[in-house]
Design a protein around this ligand. Structure first.
Ligand SMILES: [Zn+2]
Length: 306
């Protein structure tokens, strides 16, 4: 008589080698290779608690993070591109738009919102990388411009959070025109003596860097963000030289005077609030519009880095 009876079937063999951990519960940090519990990452604003690697935020996460209690009012959410050039590369632009909408639930690559940052009302534009690489087309340009115009009308500061591969090629010259359009609107904001803070996140490149992202009264970068015009590979091929270590990263740009501050995301909101407190009158700025003379535009303490 046997001591043990094998009543149950042996366990399944190694047919299914894939992990049994539900998808998205754990994330491996590209900075330190640490495996992080997703909830810990979420409570830490998507910053690795071990090494401080900044994961990319969606535009909605970004505005929630900046506004008090995550409360904000969105504007012009229904603006959508009409594919004016009927453009097709490897696939039609209309199909890319459709895919972007399905992936993000948004009509285009930007959230325009108003809300309060430590009690002070502000206009925030946040770019969405998940929508065709956060590229700037007609809709992004129009929404930012409307945001700036709203800020001028209501005497509010503007914060634009860039996260973009640049101008949207599928809209050709129409996308490039947004650079001039937004820059002109920012000039009007400047004449109205209202502050504009530019927040550069990973990545900020191409026509976005070449226009509004570098025009802030303060240009604030997140740590280790890729910020540049052309990519490093293109530059290396053009100048036939090896680029220095950390080239086009926030810290390198700070050292060379291209950005004013590098701020950890966990301190970003406080830094923005502090800067706004310094630049704007202390009394509730939304109560009564202050009359300013447009012609008397003396250079402010914060000169634009245009
Ligand atoms: Zn890490």
């Amino acid at each position: 008589m046997a001591w043990f009876k094998k009543s149950r079937k042996p366990l399944e063999g190694p047919a299914d080698k894939s992990s049994k951990i539900p998808e998205g519960l754990w994330v491996k940090c590209p900075g330190c290779a640490e495996v992080i519990y997703n909830k810990d990452l979420a409570t830490n604003l998507q910053v690795c608690p071990k090494c401080g690697h900044h994961f990319r935020l969606s535009s909605v996460e970004r505005v929630r993070m900046l506004f008090d209690d995550g409360v904000y009012e969105e504007h012009d959410a229904d603006l959508a591109s009409t594919d004016p050039l009927q453009f097709t590369d490897t696939k039609p632009y209309s199909a890319r738009l459709k895919a972007g909408r399905a992936a993000t639930g948004m009509k285009d690559a930007l959230v325009l919102a108003t809300g309060r940052i430590e009690g002070r009302r502000a206009v925030v534009c946040a770019m969405e990388y998940g929508f065709i690489g956060g590229s700037m087309g007609v809709v992004v340009g129009e929404k930012i411009t409307r945001g700036i115009e709203r800020a001028i009308a209501e005497r509010l500061p503007v914060i634009i959070v860039s996260c973009s591969g640049g101008a949207r090629m599928m809209e050709g010259a129409l996308s490039l025109m947004q650079m001039a359009k937004i820059s002109a609107a920012l000039a009007r904001l400047d004449r109205a003596r209202l502050p504009y803070l530019s927040v550069l996140t990973d990545p900020t490149t191409g026509g976005v860097t070449a226009s509004f992202a570098m025009l802030g009264d303060l240009n604030i970068a997140e740590p280790r963000a890729l910020i540049g015009f052309a990519g490093p590979r293109v530059i290396e091929q053009t100048i036939r030289q090896k680029l220095p270590e950390g080239f086009q990263r926030s810290e390198f740009l700070l050292e060379h005077g291209f950005v004013d501050l590098v701020v950890d995301r966990r301190e970003l909101k406080a830094a923005i609030a502090r800067a706004l407190g310094f630049m704007l009158p202390a009394a509730a700025p939304q109560a009564k519009p202050v009359e300013t003379s447009v012609s008397a535009a003396t250079p402010s303490e914060f000169e634009t880095t245009a």
